[in-house]
Design a protein around this ligand. Structure first.
Ligand SMILES: Cc1cc2nc3c(=O)[nH]c(=O)nc-3n(C[C@H](O)[C@H](O)[C@H](O)COP(=O)(O)O)c2cc1C
Length: 199
């Protein structure tokens, strides 16, 4: 299934076609496909080039490890995310490695690296679905994440599958068109709230 963005202006087809599916096929991405995703993450920009992103990966090739990560997700996400052959938890280092000072842009930079993963995945026929719905406490304890590092998002990764495999409520959501605010609602000029776009 495809869920292309109904964009008002021209955008790159990778951006148009990226979306966050809940249904995935059983097909396991190859190791080199997975590494291409993280290679894409690696080339994201970051404040002082500090590269504060870290990723913990679990695949269905190791069912015990996969279940371990799945158990850190909230139940509403577990329902569908268990279809994905690969799960990832992203972690941000919240201080600069250079001087140990707080890095106020760590989450920004981690997000940039995840968008790189998302677009790279789209270009390869894969998709990712980011999730805030997981337990940071569970993740911290399960993976011995040290102080100064924050679990940020979980990702379900795989090839988009058949929405009919989902429970009815999720299937409906899966089929809904993708919605966004209009440009005039978030681009301002001169002062807060004043439209940049004149129509
Ligand atoms: C930081 C973040 C957290 C999210 N958390 C969840 C989540 O816990 N469960 C879920 O089903 N979707 C989650 N999503 C997916 C969003 O709902 C989705 O990106 C949004 O509805 C737009 O849809 P699209 O990605 O298909 O364009 C999350 C997305 C982001 C970026």
């Amino acid at each position: 299934m495809e869920k292309s963005a109904d964009s008002a202006y021209l955008i790159h087809e990778l951006i148009r076609n990226r979306w966050s599916p809940r249904s995935f096929t059983d097909m396991m991405p190859s190791q080199s496909q997975l590494l291409s995703l993280f290679e894409a993450a690696r080339w994201a920009p970051s404040c002082y080039n500090d590269q504060p992103w870290f990723f913990i990966v679990a695949t269905k090739e190791n069912p015990k490890e996969y279940e371990k990560m799945l158990s850190c997700l909230v139940e509403q996400n577990r329902i569908w995310a268990r279809q994905a052959p690969v799960l990832v938890i992203s972690v941000a280092r919240i201080t600069f490695s250079l001087n140990g000072k707080p890095n106020a842009h760590a989450f920004h930079d981690l997000g940039m690296s995840i968008q790189n993963i998302a677009l790279q995945a789209t270009g390869m026929g894969l998709a990712i679905h980011p999730m805030a719905g997981f337990s940071k406490k569970c993740t911290r304890e399960t993976y011995n994440i040290p102080e100064g590092y924050d679990p940020v998002t979980a990702l379900a990764i795989g090839f988009p599958g058949d929405p009919n495999t989902l429970p009815a409520a999720l299937r409906e959501k899966e089929m809904e068109p993708r919605q966004r605010k209009s440009l005039k609602d978030f681009i301002f000029a001169c002062t807060w709230g004043e439209n940049f776009i004149s129509e």
